[in-house]
Design a protein around this ligand. Structure first.
Ligand code: ATP
Ligand code: FE2
Length: 341
């Protein structure tokens, strides 16, 4: 069986999480990871890249050893996939260098994967959703997307920073360590005292940097209200996301919503989206949290579906792109799917 299945090794390391995973057509076989933890403050791109470089051998070896126990040998691996962007330049270059070295030494094709598309496709795969509107909300990215005519179209996005980065910035101000999201969520659950904060939507686009600044100012003026301000930050930001997502679903006549990206782990965000979908008679899908945050499985999986469609990356086109957009990608693997227009 292993001989006839397509199997891909994928490397992820766009920011703080380095991961190597082996995926077959049927399942994730193994996902090994090593996470860079800044001693203080946020992610330092060069330090994160150094972490990835020093951990790469161990993480790749761990993944390959684990699948070997299941009978998957190097000769069964069909291709090497890696995240080509978007992400932090030094981290991307470290991962791409490792992927090129593996591709050349093992004589396997190389496949450059767009990290945002990988967040979407792993969710579609794991949840079995067909043609959803996608809310992708992570550290550096916040986008609402839907597939149409060969590409994922960005219907709305942040005009400045991603929501995760906005939350992390505010969390650092409160003295909380990185990543701030889960800690802010916990503080927020202790209050329901709403402090007005800026709700900024322009058409289908959103802005979060003013929200971080206003939350910091509110903390200075009401030092005893930290939990209330965390609650208000979440309520404001998540209501903005829910509004834009609902409009996208209405405009595109879609009755499925898929949540993607690390911020998607937040239970209050999930609850708001769930209520909105229920009110519209739509279905709401959230993958397991290990597939929401950055993971190697999503890169290996998109590598696999690209490989099966002959979509491989020649060495001379394997350079990284820190600003690689999902709508730059020609989707080669959904041609055979038929949808209502
Ligand atoms: P990308 O390159 O796609 O932007 P990323 O490097 O930001 O990815 P992810 O793992 O997708 O990585 O997302 C990390 C972000 O998710 C961090 O900003 C973190 O604070 C946030 N986050 C994680 N858990 C929660 C939570 N429970 N609530 C809110 N935010 C969360
Ligand atoms: Fe990510």
């Amino acid at each position: 069986m292993i001989e006839i299945m397509t199997i891909v090794l994928g490397l992820e390391g766009t920011a703080w999480n380095l991961s190597a995973a082996v995926v077959s057509e049927e399942d994730v076989l193994y996902d090994a990871e090593s996470t860079y933890k800044p001693l203080q403050g946020g992610i330092h791109p060069r330090e994160a890249a150094q972490h990835h470089a020093s951990e790469m051998k161990e993480v790749v070896t761990r993944a390959l050893r684990a699948v070997k126990e299941e009978g998957v040998l190097l000769k069964h691996i069909d291709a090497i996939a890696y995240s080509q962007g978007p992400g932090l330049g030094p981290c991307l270059r470290t991962v791409a260098t490792a992927a090129r070295a593996l591709s050349i030494s093992l004589k396997k094709p190389l496949i450059g994967v767009n990290h945002c598309i990988a967040h979407i496709e792993i969710g579609r795969w794991r949840c079995g959703t067909r043609d959803p509107v996608v809310l992708y909300v992570s550290g550096a990215n916040t986008q609402v997307l839907a597939y149409r005519a060969g590409r994922y179209r960005v219907l709305g996005e942040t005009l400045d920073i991603g929501l995760g980065n906005a939350i992390d910035k505010f969390a650092r101000y409160l003295g909380l360590s990185h990543p701030g999201g889960p800690k802010i969520e916990e503080w927020a659950s202790k209050s329901s005292n709403y402090v007005p904060l800026p709700y900024i939507i322009k058409g289908m686009d959103l802005s979060f940097s003013g929200l971080s600044t206003a939350a910091k100012d509110a903390t200075d003026s009401h030092p005893g209200e930290k939990a209330g301000i965390c609650y208000s930050f979440q309520e404001t930001a998540f209501a903005m996301l829910t509004e834009v997502t609902e409009r996208a679903m209405a405009h595109c006549s879609r009755d499925e919503l898929l949540l993607a990206g690390g911020v998607g782990a937040n239970k209050r965000l999930q609850q708001m989206l769930e209520i909105m979908c229920r009110d519209r008679g739509a279905r709401f899908y959230v993958p397991e949290s290990r597939y929401l945050k950055d993971n190697g499985s999503m890169i290996a999986y998109v590598g696999l579906i690209m490989y099966k469609n002959g979509d491989i990356t020649p060495l001379e086109q394997s350079g990284v792109n820190p600003h690689y957009r999902p709508d730059d990608v020609k989707v080669t693997w959904r041609k055979s799917e038929r949808f209502k227009s």
